[in-house]
Ligand binder design. Structure first.
Ligand SMILES: C[S@@+](CC[C@H](N)C(=O)[O-])C[C@H]1O[C@@H](n2cnc3c(N)ncnc32)[C@H](O)[C@@H]1O
Length: 381
């Protein structure tokens, strides 16, 4: 029996038992059902042989610029003797490796005091991360999401994630003649179908009210209830320091704008986009754009100050990608390596077709008095 049909059978059984399931439960199974979900089954997900690129897979310069900003965060905190980096959803460990390589090379004062904690839902990735980070083995610890959210883990430093929030399961809603309804998944003769019903939890209504969003008649949208829950555990674990979130998404007014009639749900398989989440179960990625307004608003309620929010290209330009390129240009790197960096730069910062304006960064701080980040510098000034 192929994995696809095993997962389909599991979902059919759940639907038979419950009558119907929320889209969030459907998506959670497709991405994370142990051994069968997209992220919990073997196979390359990211890069040329996988299903999609992330900024990390494009070039190490991305991680190196983030590392520059992290060194600045450490300085803003008074260069403490203990500084912990925590990555949530670390995947194969590539970003952590690019960051920590830079710090080892350029920031020995920080590197000497550094700990790196990797939080990843899929435990089997630990060995890939261990291999990737072998040169820094003594500095690394691993935590499950449960341990991370238990309240027993506390740190000062910077918690960061790349494309974590868009991979959390979302509820789907539609504004109907009967008011706001939830889109459920049901099954008929082995085919998944969607049907509307009352909201599965009042948290959905509260979510939209918090950001003052009222959908237009007929408009569908996604509601990511896991994002504020994740942020609350992140904020609880962070004693003092920063949370840096990188993802594709928009402020709420843009994300839920009336022209976006069918939300932003999208699937990826072998670098092709696919709108139908009910095929290739467990073999295609399912994502939805991130609502950064909710992260900022909930953060403020948790004592997190929003320090910087904007497009990836603005962050990279002001935090040091040009310096990074100048250094490579001056170095003994081969012409091929230099060309690779220029092409990567184009991809990372180009709006329209590149990753420059689709991706956004949010930096929040907790308990740090005078914050002066590199990305807060004026570009060119
Ligand atoms: C889209 S991938 C991004 C991987 C990597 N950051 C990158 O950019 O290539 C999302 C990752 O987050 C992990 N993940 C999902 N929920 C998580 C959670 N609550 N805590 C930690 N990791 C989680 C998934 O297993 C997956 O490896």
């Amino acid at each position: 029996m192929s994995e696809d049909s095993t997962l389909r059978d599991i979902l059919d059984q759940r639907i038979a038992q419950q009558g119907r399931i929320t889209f969030a439960d459907f998506m959670a199974a497709c991405l994370y059902e142990p051994g069968l979900g997209y992220y919990t089954s073997p196979g390359r997900k990211v890069g040329a042989e996988g299903d999609f690129y992330t900024s990390i897979s494009v070039h190490a310069a991305f991680g190196r610029v983030i590392a520059r900003e992290m060194a600045q965060m450490w300085r803003c905190m008074g260069s403490p003797a203990q500084f912990t980096l925590v990555e949530c959803g670390a995947g194969n460990g590539r970003l952590a490796c690019d960051i920590i390589d830079y710090l080892a090379e350029r920031e020995p004062g920080l590197y000497g005091n550094l700990c790196l904690a990797l939080v990843e839902k899929e435990p089997s990735l630990e060995s890939a991360q261990g291999e990737m980070l072998a040169a820094h083995a003594g500095k690394i610890t691993w935590l499950s999401p449960d341990e991370f959210g238990s309240g027993r883990f506390s740190f000062s430093g910077c918690l960061y994630s790349n494309e974590l929030i868009d991979a959390l399961p979302v509820h789907r809603v539609e504004m109907t003649a009967d008011g706001l309804q939830e889109i459920y998944v049901t099954s008929n003769d082995g085919e998944f179908r969607e049907e509307n019903g009352p909201l599965s939890t009042p948290d959905i209504k509260a979510y939209l009210e918090r950001i003052s969003i009222e959908l237009r008649p007929g408009q569908q949208a996604e509601v990511n209830l896991s994002a504020p829950v994740w942020l609350a555990s992140a904020s609880k674990a962070l004693h003092k320091g920063f949370i840096l979130t990188i993802d594709y998404g928009f402020p709420a007014a843009e994300l839920f704008a009336p022209h976006r009639t069918r939300g932003t749900l999208m699937c990826y398989h072998r670098h092709q986009t696919e709108e139908n989440p009910y095929i290739r179960l467990g073999q295609q990625d399912i994502t939805a754009h991130v609502d950064f307004t909710t992260l900022m608003k909930c953060g403020e309620g948790l004592g997190l100050r929003s320090e910087w929010f904007g497009e990836q290209y603005r962050f990279l330009l002001s935090a040091g990608i040009i310096e990074e390129i100048e250094e490579v240009e001056r170095s003994s790197a081969t012409d091929e390596q230099k060309l690779k960096l220029r092409l990567a730069l184009k991809k990372l910062i180009m709006p329209e077709g590149g990753m420059g304006d689709t991706f956004r960064l949010l930096i929040q701080s907790k308990g740090v008095e005078s914050v002066r980040l590199l990305c807060q510098r004026r570009i060119g000034g």
